[in-house]
Design a protein around this ligand. Structure first.
Ligand code: ADP
Ligand code: MG
Length: 601
């Protein structure tokens, strides 16, 4: 067979294979064209999930009559003209192939009117034509693109279209993504003559949140924190969900680079890592984030559908995102919103604790009756508390609360230890319930991390050095990891093939049960593959230690002990969740409590 040039329509149909995956891809390309034409109002109407008809009208700059044919020709664009332009694309489009591809796979009508023209002009195309002859057509300023009978001429592709419902839901999600990319544009969206979305231009913060509530989820805005950080010529803004407001699917994640919604592994990874320390295992965060940086620092020409980008300095972008979000999440403190019903939702998905740590017998209490068993640091804090807050006795009802809420710490003052598990605390707003073990675990984890990353966890010699039987592999680790164990606060050495001697342990840890913890740590060590980063490995070990150091037995805490814990919580980063991502506290406002009792109704 000899080589031949392919006919125009076939060339475009081949391109359509990449650009037009399904009706939703058409909506995306056409709306992006409206953005590029600086439209401020965009109307989207579809029939039968877009398979029968997609019509998009904008009030943008329009296309002059003589360019209508070019708009439908391959490799014709008004957006770039040189390699230099390609290296710093500021528009959504630049490949000049959306309209010809769409026209080769459907029946397309384009009507447009520019400023100064006394009417609009229309062209109809099916991808076969080389010449176009525009006809006059009444039309307001701007452009209407109508696409009918998608894939009517490509049966193989038509077979791959799904049900109306599925195709509609793809379009619905594309429209939402587009709507979140441009708050300065008004949108209207209808399916089968029913209006589904009407969004005004959003200028103020609260108008933006309104749009997000409509598009993402009404609850998201109540459980999100604002992010606004700039560094190294990059700007990150938007909203991220509290770690307690999560999803079982990654279906509420919006990330825009220079207003373009993208999917990017590096970005997803950085965000996931930022949440790693605070989110329950297997859950997915919710976010709407905007990264802006110079167009010359991203290559948008990485994919025909333009859904992927390449960062020229990937590592730097990753670190910036991670640090910015890690900090934003660490800064969440009691007093930032956290609604009980959401926590409830998370709790419903929480499996019972797999480790046995919660069901330890009572004599392993951290806050043991015997003074000698209370680790130094805590007994010191309790004394300090006693000195600082001698009069703040929250159980005395005759005592007025500290001056009008301002003087009241966010987590309030403890009133009871319920069933030796939960701390009830009266706050300015109402009632806080704290899971004492979970909170203590997070406090200890953060303390361990802080001292570990500063160089050394404070260690305390044991009165009687402890001999522990271990496997020979575990003893090997003790030998090989002397230095690391030292940094973790353990003074330990091998004294026989299967025996080690522990002389000192971290001061924060209780003295009982040390052999058990040690074995757990060594097992952890053995189980870590090489794939783990050093940081992740040490964090896991620190988490195991924190778990051991935390209140776990059922013993009544005294009010001063509980108040120390509450004050400690207020100072601790990431206190909203324990190391396993479970919530540590919830708040019920007086209004909510009133509602439970139908008061004032
Ligand atoms: P690209 O967007 O990559 O340039 P398209 O095939 O999507 O390629 O569009 C071709 C050209 O048609 C654009 O460069 C633009 O000049 C013009 N065009 C398309 N849609 C519109 C619109 N809604 N308003 C104004 N001009 C448009
Ligand atoms: Mg385009």
């Amino acid at each position: 067979m000899r080589i031949q040039l392919l006919p125009n329509q076939l060339v475009n149909q081949i391109a359509a294979g990449e650009v037009v995956e399904r009706p939703a891809s058409i909506v995306k390309e056409l709306v992006e064209n409206c953005f590029d034409a600086e439209a401020t109002e965009i109307d989207i109407d579809i029939q039968q999930g877009g398979m029968q008809m997609i019509r998009i009208r904008d009030n943008g700059s329009g296309i002059v009559k003589d360019d209508l044919g070019l708009a439908l020709s391959r490799h014709a664009t008004s957006k770039i003209s040189s390699l230099k332009d390609l290296e710093q694309v500021a528009s959504m489009g630049f490949r000049g192939e959306a309209l010809p591809s769409i026209s080769a796979a459907s029946r397309l009508t384009l009507i447009s009117r520019v400023e100064g023209a006394n009417c609009g002009w229309k062209v109809i195309a099916d991808g076969t034509e080389n010449e176009f002859d525009p006809e006059p057509e009444p039309h307001p300023l701007g452009t209407t693109l109508e696409v009918r009978d998608l894939f009517y001429n490509i049966p193989a592709r038509r077979k791959f279209l799904k049900t109306e419902k599925t195709e509609f839901s793809h379009i619905d999600s594309v429209v939402k993504k587009l709507a979140l990319s441009r708050f300065d544009v008004a949108f209207r969206f209808g399916h089968n003559q029913r209006q589904l979305l009407q969004l005004q231009v959003a200028e103020t913060e609260s108008q933006k949140l309104d749009r997000i509530a409509q598009v993402v989820h009404a609850e998201f805005v109540d459980h999100a924190v604002k992010v606004d950080i700039a560094a190294s010529g990059m700007e990150l803004s938007g909203w991220v969900g509290l770690p307690t407001y999560t999803r079982s699917q990654p279906d509420m994640q919006y990330f825009y680079v220079n207003q373009r919604l993208i999917k990017d592994r590096l970005v997803t990874h950085a965000i996931k890592q930022a949440y790693q320390d605070v989110m329950f295992h297997g859950r997915h965060p919710v976010y709407v984030l905007y990264l802006n940086l110079s167009p010359s620092r991203v290559d948008v020409n990485a994919h025909p559908a333009k859904t992927e980008v390449r960062f020229r300095e990937g590592r730097m972008v990753h670190d910036f995102l991670f640090k910015a979000l890690h900090q934003a999440l660490a800064d969440i403190r009691p007093g930032d919103e956290a609604q009980p019903e959401i926590i409830q939702e998370v709790m419903n998905t929480v499996e019972p604790m797999s480790t046995s740590t919660l069901s330890q017998p009572a004599q392993q209490s951290f806050y043991s009756e015997k003074q000698s068993r209370i680790p130094m640091a805590v007994s010191e804090q309790i004394n300090q508390y006693a000195r600082l807050y001698p009069e703040a006795d929250p159980v005395d009802p005759s005592q007025p609360l500290p001056e009008e809420s301002q003087g009241m710490p966010p987590l309030g003052y403890a009133v009871a230890h319920l069933h030796q598990v939960f701390i009830l605390s009266e706050t300015a707003k109402g009632l806080v319930i704290v899971d004492a073990h979970a909170a203590h675990e997070r406090i200890n984890y953060e303390k361990f991390k802080a001292s570990y990353y500063q160089g050394q966890i404070p260690s305390q010699p044991l009165l009687l050095p402890l001999k522990v039987h271990v496997s020979s592999q575990e003893a090997d680790i003790v030998e090989q990891e002397q230095q690391s164990l030292q940094e973790l606060g353990f003074d330990i050495s091998r004294i026989a093939p299967e025996k080690v001697l522990l002389r000192a342990a971290p001061a924060l840890l209780g003295r009982e049960d040390l052999d058990k913890l040690l074995k757990e740590l060594l097992t952890d060590w053995l189980n870590f593959g090489n794939g783990q980063t050093a940081e992740k490995r040490s964090n896991e070990i620190l988490a195991t230690m924190a778990c051991h150091a935390s209140v776990r037995a059922r013993r009544k805490l005294t009010l001063p002990e509980m108040n120390v814990l509450l004050r400690d919580m207020e100072k601790t980063e990431r206190i909203g969740q324990c190391n396993h991502g479970r919530p540590t506290w919830i708040e019920f406002s007086m209004q909510e409590l009133d509602k439970f009792f139908l008061r004032g109704q």
